[in-house]
Design a protein around this ligand. Structure first.
Ligand SMILES: *Cc1c(COP(=O)(O)O)cnc(C)c1O
Length: 382
């Protein structure tokens, strides 16, 4: 708990709290790498690849430089290029779509299911057509998308499905882990993810041995043998320092997911029945890892200002759906194309949910939201 001139401050995410609990383990692991002076790929990265593959229910994993590169490399390995269409969601982090456009392909946006913020499976399935080279499904905020209908539609046409599981390592769909559901799963180790490194990092998981092998080649400039290049790859490798820290964090990951779920369940009870506030919906067949705890309010902007003035860290993920981003104007997207994504961009608000969040701070967040709703109700009654 932090008091500033008698006022409580609640951070949206407090990574120092996590580090404080594992400082010695992390430092020991870092020291080991420093002593080895082996910094690029190597045994630590291979060990992490084995651990993450097994955790995600996949046969193979390939460590890369970021989650964005994981998506890019998966698309490259599947041969996505100019003239191809890739069906995806407009309500996600930018790089889900920029990985597609970077290869000269065209993202085709399917609107979302307003209850989960994930792509609406029927809409995504309907957009799979003769030009579709891949589907990139995002498991947003820690919950998997409804994969079965999407997989059925895509696989019937021989179209591979990539899971952007950057926010959802450890999430489950009908008992199956995120990343094992489609052709390949992409993970991010950006510090704010559930499994966050000491900088950028990412991984592709897949049970397709040939695909894994191709991505391994592409991440080292496309050469199987050094200085001989059959294909044009990129430089996108995971550092040993990151792998060492991530191996330490893997040991705590389930307990951290559990802490996030505990906080989410607590909010669910505490915020229930507050007028104008919708708490997140997790499908019965899903287990969420709550990378974000996102509520909805028609008064979102006023609520956000009120919470920030009350010392509560909160954030909008995401204020502009991708079909309306200026850089994608050339794709011809217009307001009204994806009304649910546009409404989510106006109404969603992420609250602090990190595992170490002190109960008194959690209480403060809920109390301020209730206070805001009561003030609004009084204002209307007057
Ligand atoms: C974080 C994130 C990415 C990108 O990961 P980086 O490691 O930051 O490149 C991609 N997609 C989603 C949904 C993300 O949350």
């Amino acid at each position: 708990m932090k008091e500033q001139s008698g006022r409580m401050t609640v951070k949206l995410l407090d990574l120092a709290a996590q580090y404080g609990a594992i400082r010695d383990e992390i430092r020991g692991a870092i020291d080991e790498v420093l002593e080895s002076q082996q910094f690029i790929l190597g045994p630590k990265v291979e060990e992490l690849e084995r651990r993450v593959a097994s955790y995600c229910g996949a046969a193979h994993a390939v460590g890369v430089a970021s989650g964005s590169d994981a998506i890019l490399l998966a698309l490259m390995a599947l041969g996505v290029g100019a003239g191809d269409e890739v069906v995806t969601t407009p309500y996600t982090f930018f790089s889900t779509a920029s990985s597609i456009t970077r290869l000269g392909a065209k993202p085709v946006f399917a609107d979302i299911d307003p209850r989960t913020y994930n792509v609406d499976p029927a809409r995504a399935a309907a957009l799979v057509g003769p030009r579709t080279k891949a589907v990139v499904v995002v498991h947003l905020f820690g919950q998997t998308a409804d994969m079965d209908p999407i997989l059925a539609a895509a696989l019937a046409r021989g179209v591979p499905v990539i899971e952007d599981a950057c926010q959802s390592i450890g999430a489950r769909y009908k008992g199956r882990p995120a990343g094992s559901l489609g052709t390949a799963g992409c993970l991010s180790f950006f510090p704010s993810k559930n499994l966050g490194g000491l900088g950028d990092g990412g991984m592709v998981v897949t049970s397709d041995a040939a695909l894994a092998d191709f991505i391994r080649t592409l991440r080292v400039h496309g050469g199987r043998e050094r200085y001989y290049h059959d294909v044009i790859g990129i430089n996108s490798r995971l550092d040993a320092l990151q792998a060492a820290a991530l191996l330490v964090k893997m040991r705590h990951l389930e307990e951290w997911h559990e802490g996030r779920r505990r906080n989410a369940a607590w909010y669910g009870e505490r915020l229930a029945g507050i007028a104008g506030v919708e708490t997140p919906h997790v499908e019965a067949h899903n287990v969420s890892v709550f990378n974000q705890y996102v509520i909805r309010s028609r008064d979102r902007d006023a609520l956000m200002s009120f919470l920030r003035e009350s010392g509560v860290g909160c954030e909008v993920y995401y204020p502009v759906p991708l079909h309306l981003q200026r850089c994608f104007a050339y794709l011809g997207g217009r307001a009204g194309d994806c009304p649910e994504a546009e409404r989510a961009a106006r109404e969603s608000l992420a609250l602090p949910v990190y595992p170490e969040l002190p109960p008194a701070q959690r209480e403060h967040v809920a109390a301020r939201i209730r206070e805001f709703a009561e003030r609004r109700a009084e204002g209307r009654a007057r």
